[in-house]
Ligand binder design. Sequence first.
Ligand code: ADP
Ligand code: MG
Length: 353
Amino acid sequence: MLSPLDYFFGLFSLDIGIDLGTANTLVSVRGKGIVINEPSFVAIEKKTGRPIEVGTRAKEMWNKNPKEILIVRPVRDGVIHDYEVTERMLQYLINKAHEQSWVPIPRPRVVVGIPSGVTEIEKRAVYDAALSAGAREVFLIEEPVAAAIGAGLPVQETRGSMVVDIGGGTTEVAIFSLGGIVISRSIRVAGDEMDEDIVQYMRAKHNMMIGEPTAQGIKEQYASAYPLPQERLFPVKGRNLMTGLPAVIDVSTVEVRDAVSGSVSIIIDTVKDALDDTPPELVGDLMESGICLAGGGGLLRGLAERMTEEVNIRTWVAEDPLTCVARGAGRVLEDYNNLRRLLVGLERGSTRH
Ligand code: ADP
Ligand code: MG
């Protein structure tokens, strides 16, 4: 239960849900929805170690940065990779969400999504970073759980449901029943890996060097997991590896599908593998309720069709898949009494739940 003091604070203070993703960091505020949505990038001045830009402006410098500036992606494979930078980033986000209020209010209560299966030390790192970044109280939730809540899946019910969250660094598969994860899988094949596939493909097949940001753009616009109604050619700019000179060539959507097909297969195999371990009654439920795709990777064209066909369970993309985790995390405090058991505890209680 909330203490009377918490209840009183709750009337005035902000409740914030944070999705600290490999690719994007989002903040949702109770009553306002998503207030911050920025790439998880920080630009650091090498000489002083001081962050000079966070988010979009730092990402714009990605692969174009002058040598005295270092571009850091502080969250790797869904886990905090650079603690200090992450703390600064959280500080920036919490302050920014907090500043948007025009009356003085207490510091916010924060729910942060963490990948399932992270170690106690990694959990503690997120917890501490959020606290020292200015949260009054910090709660942790496993990302697939938050994604499922955000996608509106009935995770509390006996009826099973399933989410596949494809982010930048990791793909997380989770099957729920009765408010808990029954089966889960986490693999380090997701959006970034597909970008890398495209870089490799361009090098091997076209002797062309392209950067990761270009590859990411190609993936988001032209990649697919299932034949498109209309395949097309599009221009790609890069550097010819033979001549060393800039070049533009035409590439087809069929080629890009081919380039990412290995990663797509790994993701689908992981889903099959999770289903293989699922009790038959629960599989029966899933045949009714389907598989929900969340995360930016869920937007890969044709992925839902391909999954439906290969797994034989209807698959659909969550509404606004990029914001599911942040919205789901934010929702927990709104319905604290019912949803608190979905939160993750830390060993040797520094949390109050
Ligand atoms: P994370 O939780 O790791 O921050 P997100 O859920 O924000 O990741 O998803 C980011 C990933 O989704 C990136 O790899 C991005 O390129 C990818 N993505 C975004 N839009 C699309 C799209 N239309 N097609 C394929 N991938 C996409
Ligand atoms: Mg994510």
